[in-house]
Design a protein around this ligand. Structure first.
Ligand code: AVJ
Ligand code: FE
Length: 369
């Protein structure tokens, strides 16, 4: 018996692709190929990488077929080709890029027809459709990276409302929730899709703590800047007495009631200390998750380094998580306005370097009880 149907997989794959194409609909080829930032890929690289990752897993690995463009895949390997060199690579562009995406997808659907994806299938890649869930998550996560880049594209006018942050006001003085000391289960259960870094589920001993019910607002962050001279979030510029958001080359007044985003881990940590609090650990965040409001506007920085859970096993490839463990990355939890709901599981662990602020990340504060 199968818990996921092939029709549902095909439908979800086509919805993800529709979203990817809607993101770039207003752009021309020059904008797709342009390098806007050394820490972000040109959009054409993301698009080719999405299709190449699909070809690698769903067509070559699962279908046993040859790649369409021989050795091309090595230019889409994220580890071999750091973001700052991606604009120079001999990647597919323009019409060729679009046909590659469509051709891979056609083969994917063809291979899907012939595979078994039930819960009793021996191959863990296919069991319960794991590899298809992986591919969906991958494309949707790259949609978020593309949205980071799109903040730099002058005058970008998105075709879907969900490609812009919604109004999601939070109080300037948050209420706090007390979480009792005890043993908490952390990580994803064995059933259902999750990344390797979310497993195995394990028990963690926590001391009592308090955590804010809502994330830090723009207004509260402005108080930090005024009191300490802290740097503004990315994209903020002075405008008279106030601040404006210059992403997508707009000049939109900063709403003090919105949660702050585009702050680095260092900025987030400085805010928490200034407020007489601290960042929560990722374990605390997960233990308190059901009691938190204001989720989903920005990722929330935690105090935790991105490390393996005890008993971690890389699956299906070391380069998704394992190569990043212990390399100075900090964990973010929750999800941002740009994150597709399919990605934002309560156990999902995002990570980035502590100096980075191009991601849609803010914070909420905690303290010892
Ligand atoms: C989980 C966002 C850190 O972008 O490096 C995309 C997601 N992994 N392709 C990243 C990812 C492989 C990953 N993050
Ligand atoms: Fe990727």
């Amino acid at each position: 018996m199968s818990s996921v149907s092939k029709a549902a997989i095909a439908e979800a794959l086509s919805e993800a692709r529709e979203r990817t194409l809607a993101l770039i609909e207003p752009l021309d080829d020059e904008q797709l190929n342009r390098v806007y930032s050394p820490i972000l890929s040109p959009l054409a690289w993301d698009l080719g990488h999405i299709a190449n990752f699909e070809e690698l897993w769903l067509v070559q690995t699962i279908g046993g077929r040859e790649p369409l463009h021989g050795e091309l895949g090595r230019f889409y390997d994220a580890i071999e080709n750091p973001r700052k060199v991606r604009g120079e690579l001999p990647i597919l562009r323009d019409a060729e890029l679009r046909s590659y995406m469509a051709d891979v997808r056609e083969r994917t659907l063809d291979v899907l027809e012939g595979v078994e994806i039930g819960s009793d299938v021996g191959d863990p890649l296919l069991r319960d459709g794991f590899v298809y869930e992986l591919l969906l998550a991958h494309e949707l996560q790259h949609n978020e990276t593309m949205l980071q880049l799109l903040q730099l594209v002058e005058g970008y006018e998105p075709v879907w409302a969900e490609f812009s942050p919604p109004a999601q006001p939070v109080p300037g003085e948050p209420e706090t929730v007390r979480v009792e000391a005890g043993e908490y289960s952390i990580g994803a259960p064995e059933q259902g899709f999750a990344y390797d870094n979310e497993r195995p589920r394990h028990s963690v001993e926590l001391a009592a703590f308090e955590i804010d019910r809502t994330p830090v607002s723009n207004g509260a962050y402005i108080s930090l800047m005024e009191a300490t001279g802290a740097e503004p979030p990315m994209f903020w510029e002075r405008d008279g007495d106030g601040w404006v958001d210059t992403s997508r080359a707009g000049r939109v007044p900063i709403d003090p009631a919105q949660p702050v985003i585009h702050v680095s881990w260092h900025q987030a940590d400085a805010f928490a200390r200034w407020a007489g609090k601290r960042l929560p650990s990722e374990h605390e965040w997960e233990a308190a998750r059901d009691r938190l409001d204001g989720l989903g506007h920005g990722w929330e920085w935690t105090s935790s380094d991105f490390l393996a859970y005890p008993g971690f096993e890389a699956f299906p490839y070391r380069e998704y998580s394992e190569v990043f463990f212990g390399d100075g990355y900090k964990v973010l939890r929750g999800g941002a306005w740009a994150t597709h709901p399919r990605v934002a599981r309560p156990t999902f662990r995002n990570w980035d370097l502590p100096q980075r602020s191009q991601i849609f990340a803010g914070l909420r504060c905690a303290r010892d009880a």
